[in-house]
Design a binder for this molecule. Structure first.
Ligand code: PLP
Length: 382
């Protein structure tokens, strides 16, 4: 089967570029002396998870109980839910995964949440490992660093839970550079606050006897911050784990942030031109069969439009004259001020802005080598 035989829209994964991205991040984690626990929500496929494991990844990260179940069913038995969990139904599903022998951990960041989890798990033979989520700047989940010690003391006193470490997500790296700030400096700034926020909190817990530097799991990770990671130590504590996800595929958002090169992006949407016309101002417009349901409505710092239009997925050179300024549900508009290179029926190749959400829109990804489709990978837990 050739790419040109696929019904569009479709998401292609370039196998050699994917393999190179996985190799590169694994080598960087190995060199930094940290375990790589890739976030599987980006690819949502057993095939990519197996490629990551084969290269030395130690376990997977997931974002939902659905993903934990799907990857456990696919044979992955070391899974970290990098989020707090609430609600009796989800907690009991976690209990069932633990009963089935899955090494599962999750985060706690409120006393109410920790108490609910404790009530669910207090009767178990083995206490369930939890990490305290720390907010190191992202402003989503997580305990503010000033409260981590008091919260850790409360968690340590709860039956059924075993505090094994701290976790944070450097999602503030997605804000992009400030005025007069170079893109790389912005990534380094976010990485240092992510890393140091966790190390400072760990040192405080170490001093209070609530965490042991010899065994503490200190987990950080976003693709932009891991791209510029620098090791550091506080009172014997060091970062032990990275959880990047997007690095596997790359996307237009990572390119805009300076975390990934366009030529390394492995996920490309292919669409077909359905209609074209010349507008009054001379701009030529093509409408393709890829709208929000594959490219998604995600934008991001420094991103122009709804994806990067390529001249060809082989060269990965951006068509600098083509923009995608508008999407509707099933249609995407490609505009070129200087005249279109596309005719109706032609394929258009686009690097999505946000790989994770794009993947979740499709039932399957197509692994490709050049023009040839070499695999069809089911997308799990959509
Ligand atoms: N950890 C958590 C908690 C996340 O929410 C995410 C992504 O949203 C990641 C890790 C992976 O980061 P990235 O998407 O930048 O690769």
């Amino acid at each position: 089967v050739l790419v040109s035989d696929l019904p569009t829209p479709a998401l292609l994964v370039d196998l050699p570029r994917l393999a190179a991205n996985l190799d590169r991040m694994q080598a960087r984690a190995d060199a930094a002396g940290v375990a790589l626990r890739p976030h599987a929500k980006t690819h949502k496929t057993a095939e990519v998870a197996r490629m990551q494991e084969a290269r030395g990844a130690r376990g997977l990260t997931v974002a939902t109980v659905d993903e934990a179940e799907a990857f456990a069913a696919a044979g992955f038995t070391d899974v970290r839910l990098a989020t707090p969990v609430a609600g009796p139904q989800k907690l009991s599903r976690i209990g069932r995964l633990l009963d089935a022998g899955v090494r599962l951990s999750f985060t706690v960041d409120t006393e109410a949440g920790a108490r609910l989890a404790s009530e669910e798990f207090a009767g178990r033979k083995d206490a369930v490992p939890v990490l305290i989520e720390v907010d190191t700047g992202h402003g989503r989940c997580g305990v503010p660093p000033a409260y981590v010690a008091a919260f850790a003391a409360a968690v340590a006193a709860l039956p059924g839970l075993r505090l094994v470490g701290l976790l944070t997500h450097g999602g503030h790296s997605y804000a992009g550079p400030g005025a007069d700030e170079a893109p790389r400096d912005a990534l380094v700034r976010a990485m240092r606050s992510e890393r140091d926020g966790v190390l400072d909190a760990a040192a405080r817990l170490g001093a209070a006897g609530l965490l042991d530097p010899a065994t503490a799991e200190l987990s950080v990770g976003s693709t932009p911050t891991m791209a510029v990671f620098e090791p550091a130590e506080r009172d014997g504590f060091r970062i032990t784990e990275w959880r990047p996800g997007v690095y596997a595929f790359g996307d237009a958002q990572q390119v805009a942030l300076g975390a990934v090169e366009l030529r390394d992006c492995a996920l490309v949407a292919v669409a077909t031109v359905l209609s074209k016309r010349r507008l009054d101002d001379g701009t030529e417009q093509a409408v393709v069969d890829a709208g929000k349901k594959v490219l998604t409505a995600d934008t991001g710092a420094g991103v122009d439009g709804y994806g990067t239009v390529l001249y060809s997925p082989r060269t990965m050179v951006a068509n600098m004259h083509a923009r995608m300024p508008r999407l509707s549900e099933e249609h995407g508009t490609v505009e070129t001020p200087g005249g279109l290179i596309y005719d109706v029926g032609d394929p258009v190749f686009v690097v999505p802005n946000h790989a994770c959400v794009a993947v979740a829109t499709r039932p399957a990804l197509f692994a490709v080598e050049g023009d040839e489709v070499v695999g069809t990978w089911a997308v799990l837990a959509r």
